[in-house]
Write a protein that binds this ligand. Structure first.
Ligand SMILES: NC(=O)c1ccc[n+]([C@@H]2O[C@H](COP(=O)([O-])OP(=O)(O)OC[C@H]3O[C@@H](n4cnc5c(N)ncnc54)[C@H](O)[C@@H]3O)[C@@H](O)[C@H]2O)c1
Ligand SMILES: [Zn+2]
Length: 355
């Protein structure tokens, strides 16, 4: 079955297509346009890579997807290679890979020759439900995650749930963390469905995985429609999608973006902390808080990190893009299925609430 989600933003309307076996047919159609096609592909997406390599007239750049490639060095390497291969303003860049390949490629596409046509083909669960939607890209700096980047909507997104078969269980769970996030911030019924059906989803049962992906995309798309450039500070703000991310990004930065924690694992810990604060200030009940943490445990996602007491993590949280001066703004739960911005928290108050 084919699901199409239309995304409308200020200067671009495009579609996200969720359909099995949709990648190669899409590329065949692209090839007919006679314009130059450049593909940046994660080496681990072997099945698609093999099929592409048979083609002589496509420029393929193979890359090892990981947080390491979201760096100024890799950005420069890719830009230099594309210019050497004579990319021009009518060319199309197609990114096939997880969130790291997508974030780097989108930043490249938005800046090379002042922006070229760009298609995203996300191949991890995390990128299919989250990072390929909404047009944010970015690379990391020692001062924090995603601190260099642009808003750049793709021209199309092609999602094939079948590519997830080769993904490790650990990466599947990481993607599940973002699905859970979408339910917690926006849709209680979806949250209840996840609690009931998580096994079928993680077993990649066709009906369930497709529903989880499509539902997640619709929730994210709603926030993108309401607030594309994240300028609002109310519950319609796109910033709600950062639930769990202020702590999560700080943990990733503390780890120097190594593989100790995946992005999904880091935000899982971040969501558990944000849920705890939401409970301590009486927005949600102790039962609801325990249910969230219990669910993370059942899935096999982490929910605690002892560095939460260190001063460094608070310094890093203050350098998060959402924060101003010394205060920390956190996205918390008003209730299950609704998030809001709690502004101007200070370090001592957060520490007290968490202990
Ligand atoms: N732009 C946004 O709005 C946004 C939103 C959420 C997350 N992100 C970013 O996304 C990144 C995380 O993305 P990710 O979790 O996809 O990480 P990733 O790109 O590192 O992929 C995870 C691992 O899966 C492998 N892989 C990819 N596709 C595969 C497949 N089909 N089969 C087997 N292995 C495969 C990769 O090689 C890598 O080892 C983070 O940098 C995060 O900041 C961006
Ligand atoms: Zn995320």
């Amino acid at each position: 079955m084919k699901n199409i989600i239309q995304i409308k933003t200020q200067n671009k309307n495009y579609s996200i297509v969720v359909e099995e076996n949709s990648i190669i047919p899409f590329i065949k159609i692209e090839k007919k346009s006679k314009k130059k096609i450049f593909i940046i592909i994660d080496k681990k997406v072997k099945y698609i890579l093999k099929k592409l390599e048979i083609n002589k007239n496509i420029n393929i750049i193979k890359i090892n997807g990981s947080e390491k490639i979201k760096s100024i060095n890799y950005y420069w390497k890719i830009i230099s290679l594309l210019l050497k291969l004579k990319i021009d303003r009518s060319s199309t860049l197609i990114a096939i890979g997880g969130g790291t390949v997508g974030d780097l490629s989108s930043f490249v596409a938005s800046t090379i020759l002042r922006g070229i046509r760009f298609v995203l083909v996300p191949t991890t669960l995390l990128s299919q439900v989250d990072s390929s939607i909404g047009g944010k890209n970015g690379i990391n700096t020692p001062n924090g995650k995603n601190l260099i980047g642009t808003f750049f909507q793709p021209d199309k997104v092609i999602i094939d749930p079948k590519v997830l078969y080769s993904l490790s269980k650990r990466e599947l769970k990481s993607g599940y963390a973002e699905i859970l996030k979408h339910s917690l911030i926006n849709d209680k019924a979806f949250y209840k469905w996840l609690i009931k059906c998580h096994r079928n989803i993680l077993d990649l049962d066709k009906k369930y995985i497709t529903k989880a992906i499509v539902k997640s995309i619709r929730i994210k798309a709603k926030f993108v429609h309401l607030d594309e450039k994240e300028t609002l500070i109310n519950p319609s703000s796109r910033a709600m999608l950062n639930f769990g991310h202020t702590f999560g990004h700080a943990l990733e930065t503390m780890n120097n973006y190594n593989t100790t924690l995946t992005h999904g694992e880091a935000i899982s810990i971040g969501m558990a902390f944000a849920a705890k604060i939401s409970y301590k200030i009486k927005n949600i009940t102790e039962f609801e808080y325990n249910k969230i943490v219990g669910h993370l445990k059942i899935i096999g996602l982490p929910h605690h990190d002892k560095r939460i007491n260190s001063n460094k993590i608070y310094k890093l949280m203050q350098s998060d893009k959402k924060n101003t001066e010394e205060k920390i703004n956190l996205v918390l739960l008003k209730k299950i299925g609704q998030a809001y911005f709690e502004r101007g928290l200070d370090k001592e108050r957060i520490k007290k609430l968490l202990n």
